[in-house]
Design a binder for this molecule. Structure first.
Ligand SMILES: Nc1ncnc2c1ncn2[C@@H]1O[C@H](COP(=O)(O)OP(=O)(O)OP(=O)(O)O)[C@@H](O)[C@H]1O
Ligand SMILES: [Mg+2]
Length: 561
């Protein structure tokens, strides 16, 4: 007798479930997505024990006809596509027709449903592929699915679950994303009999964001509205004050489906660069809409991954959507709203070609555009410059601000390959270096040269400094050089871009005036005027805020308390 057998359906479904259903949150995702596909405007999710023992999803969607109820639990049973070509135009969340079959194979599943044409609904209960109950029941139009004792027959999977609170967190996180993607649907999440999330579904994403993130985040968001070649990008991006240490708050939906995609993250990283500080990630919640045949979602059963047909197009659109929003938003009393299209194009070209643009005039004109009026009030603690702009007071951290300014200047010189941006020293310094430091210098001569250091190798382990970047600063040359070297050799960098970025940031940091240094009125003026011209003056390159803003309104409120 041969050794090959055909697997039975239950086994096949359990195996398929392994791919899609890893934890209770995946069940919630599949059920809620079905409710969304059914056109529900009201979805209630109730869970117990982090979803391990009980998950109930109730919707007011289309409902399921009696004949379809059992069929919907079969593998490859779907109402969403009919033939393979339909995969090219999928706008529904589901299409594989396997979620319910998978869930039913690893739990006790109850389905209650009624369409609006039916007078009375039906209930079915299934365990281990056996129909335990099938009868009529009075209920509202829509569908309720109850999933009990998930993984009861797959003990290995069950063992890998985390504590209830952690499993619940995954559920909540997913629900939050569903709410962000569907502001017109009213969502409620009930955990162990307590309502934990309630969104009214009034259609405004701002309301959803406010409920989920609170006032501080909402106040630091800017709306995105961008369209190019049939691709529409809407949502919000966060300013530098709310940039984060992780990618947790980088959320992206493609035709309302939450996806993770490296092309999008890379494009966003590049667009945010310089605005978030090194090592920080820009905050964004973006809804991308495009024709379904621009991409393939049938890559992985969880549908979190997509493959774009034209990756460079997507990269470019996301980059431009974010960049344009950042540059066109208001800042610090500046009400100019110029389309800095040319500037964006140059940055983008630099980025994708990695070549240095010849034209350095453009940078100068850009910097001359803004003239901001402010009243200088003084300096406190030898650290904070206080100015008044319109109805607001700004405390500007002199070190962080100077650092930001130098960073932009060095970067501009570097990008535009402006030679001779060195300030020659009357008496060159000769410095002895450690082996590791010497290696770094030798390997990165170009980097030093392009940022304005004029160096000469002077014997086996010595270096002669003829010139340093021509910037306005008061630090000692040798110190700047040594500090930069120290920083660069004590932290490994991976990519060339990282090394460049960190190098420029370090030069800026080490050369900037420190807290506690006395500045003259001219120095303050010079610093502020130049700072305010920058597109992103909010933080120093490391992400520390340069400026704290206090509105008149705030003071008035404060006064009334
Ligand atoms: N809440 C619901 N309201 C109305 N119909 C539903 C609901 N849930 C499931 N269905 C019906 O049951 C079918 C099977 O659902 P299932 O989730 O297994 O597959 P799918 O959504 O088509 O594809 P996928 O496996 O990609 O989710 C759906 O195609 C739909 O017709
Ligand atoms: Mg589904």
């Amino acid at each position: 007798m041969g050794k090959i057998v055909l697997l039975d359906d239950l086994t096949i479904n359990k195996m398929a479930a392994g791919e899609v259903i890893e934890r209770p949150a995946n069940v919630v995702k599949e059920l809620v997505e079905n409710s969304i596909d059914a056109g529900a405007t009201n979805i209630v999710v109730e869970v117990k024990n982090g979803g391990k023992t009980f998950i109930k999803v109730t919707d007011n969607g289309s409902g399921i006809e009696k004949e379809d109820m059992l069929l919907s639990l079969e593998r490859h049973a779907t109402s969403k596509i009919k033939k393979v070509e339909d995969l090219e135009k999928i706008y529904s969340m589901g299409f594989r027709g396997e979620a319910l079959a998978s869930i039913a194979s690893i739990s006790k599943l109850t389905m209650i449903s009624k369409t609006k044409e039916m007078d009375v609904g039906n209930i079915i209960v299934i365990t281990e592929d056996r129909v335990e109950k099938e009868e009529e029941i009075g209920c509202q139009t829509g569908t309720t699915i109850i999933v009990e004792d998930l993984f009861y027959n797959t003990p290995v999977r069950y063992k890998f679950l985390k504590q209830d609170a952690s499993e619940y967190r995954y559920i909540k996180e997913w629900m939050e994303k569903a709410a962000l993607a569907n502001p017109s649907i009213s969502f409620r999440l009930v955990n162990d009999y307590k309502t934990d999330l309630a969104l009214n579904g009034n259609g405004q994403i701002e309301n959803v964001i406010y409920s989920l993130y609170g006032k501080e985040i909402t106040d630091n968001l800017v709306k995105v509205e961008y369209e190019e070649d049939n691709i529409k990008v809407t949502g919000v991006i966060g300013n530098t004050l709310i940039a984060k240490d992780s990618r947790k708050d980088q959320i992206c939906f493609l035709n309302r489906r939450n996806i993770k995609n490296p092309i999008i993250t890379n494009a966003a990283d590049q667009a945010f660069k310089g605005a978030t500080g090194i090592g920080k990630f820009g905050f964004f919640i973006l809804n991308i809409e495009m024709p379904a045949d621009y991409y393939d979602v049938n890559v992985h059963p969880t549908k979190m991954e997509v493959r774009f047909k034209e990756e460079s197009k997507i990269y470019s659109v996301i980059y431009h959507a974010i960049k344009a929003t950042m540059l066109n938003s208001e800042f610090l009393g500046n009400n100019e709203k110029t389309e800095k299209q040319e500037y964006i194009e140059n940055e983008f070209k630099f980025l994708i070609n990695d070549e240095k643009t010849e034209n350095n005039e453009e940078i100068i004109t850009r910097e001359e555009e803004r003239k901001v009026e402010y009243k200088f009030l003084g300096i406190i603690f030898k650290t904070y410059i206080i100015i008044e702009v319109e109805d607001e007071i700004y405390l500007v951290d002199q070190h962080a601000a100077h650092e930001r300014l130098l960073y932009e200047q060095i970067k501009a010189n570097y990008k535009n390959n402006i030679n001779g941006n060195s300030q020659m020293m009357l008496i060159p310094d000769v410095i002895d270096l450690q082996h590791k430091e010497m290696e770094f210098v030798k390997e990165n001569m170009e980097l030093f040269k392009n940022t304005g250091f004029d160096l000469e190798i002077f014997g086996e382990n010595s270096i002669k400094i003829n010139g340093i970047p021509d910037l306005e600063y008061r630090a000692k040359t040798k110190n700047v050089f040594m500090d930069v070297l120290d920083e660069m050799t004590s932290n490994e960098r991976t990519s060339i871009k990282d090394v460049e970025e960190r190098f420029i940031a370090t030069v800026a940091c080490k050369a900037a005036v420190k807290a506690g240094m006395d500045l003259t009125k001219e120095e303050v003026d010079n610093l502020l005027q130049n700072l305010l011209k920058l597109n992103n003056p909010y933080t120093c390159p490391h992400g520390r805020p340069t400026t704290i803003k206090i509105g008149k309104e705030y003071l008035e409120k404060f006064n009334k308390r």
